[in-house]
Ligand binder design. Structure first.
Ligand SMILES: Cc1cc2nc3c(=O)[nH]c(=O)nc-3n(C[C@H](O)[C@H](O)[C@H](O)COP(=O)(O)O)c2cc1C
Length: 206
């Protein structure tokens, strides 16, 4: 009998009930769990329970120069990621990029020998096969041709990071223009929730 599939749900917004990325990431998880009721969900709220900034203590533990308990939180974050078939991330844009809480989580994922390795042909990502869906929320517009497009360092950063570890088919559900006007906000949320509802329920990216 095969093990039940696992979904890891990550949120990082500091805006609590006012958060758009939380609303959209929850809708994505609801869509996937409704389609696959056996899916086991692990939830981590990086704003409520932040990981410490990656520091020399953590680096020493990773390199075996300090007791492993120094990196227990990060180990759990990495284990949850490695165990997941699907990862859903609520990713708000703050100051053109990701919140520091989400960066601290990513700092625990990019571990040589676990999620990538260096080989004769360069870097090889080891996390291929996971389906990763990101719910992005941002105040302005950053799509192709938008005046602010060059200032986008959230979606582009996450593409780089996950591509590096082998997830080259990262999926995005984007709510943008949130800060432009209440009407824009409403429209963006409705559109993103519609996109969440239309997601394929597959365990892996197509
Ligand atoms: C501290 C802070 C910084 C922000 N910086 C940006 C920014 O650089 N560019 C942008 O388009 N929107 C920015 N915004 C607007 C957010 O991206 C927008 O409110 C989005 O909905 C945040 O996601 P959340 O609602 O899930 O927290 C910022 C909002 C906050 C609170």
């Amino acid at each position: 009998m095969s093990l039940p599939a696992k979904l890891l749900h990550i949120d990082a917004s500091v805006l609590g009930d006012h958060s758009v990325s939380r609303q959209v990431s929850a809708a994505i998880v609801a869509r996937l769990t409704a389609a696959k009721p056996g899916l086991r969900v692990t939830y981590r709220d990086l704003a409520a329970e932040p990981l410490a900034h990656f520091s020399g203590v953590h680096a020493a533990a990773l390199q075996g120069r300090a007791p492993p308990h120094a990196e227990l939180d990060g180990q759990a974050a990495l284990d949850d990621f490695l165990a997941a078939d699907i990862v859903v991330i609520g990713a708000p844009m703050y100051n053109f990029t990701l919140p520091t809480q989400l960066k601290a989580w990513i700092d625990r994922l990019l571990i040589a020998g676990k999620t990538f390795r260096y080989g004769p042909n360069g870097v090889e990502g080891l996390a291929a096969g996971k389906r990763v869906i990101v719910a992005i929320s941002r105040g302005n517009f950053y799509g192709p041709g938008a005046p602010a497009a060059a200032a986008e360092h959230l979606e582009s950063y996450l593409r780089t990071v996950f591509g590096f570890i082998g997830v080259t088919d990262l999926e995005f559900v984007i709510a943008e223009g949130i800060a432009v006007s209440p009407e824009h906000r409403e429209r963006a949320i409705t559109s993103a929730l519609g996109a969440a509802e239309a997601l394929e329920p597959a365990l892996r990216a197509a």
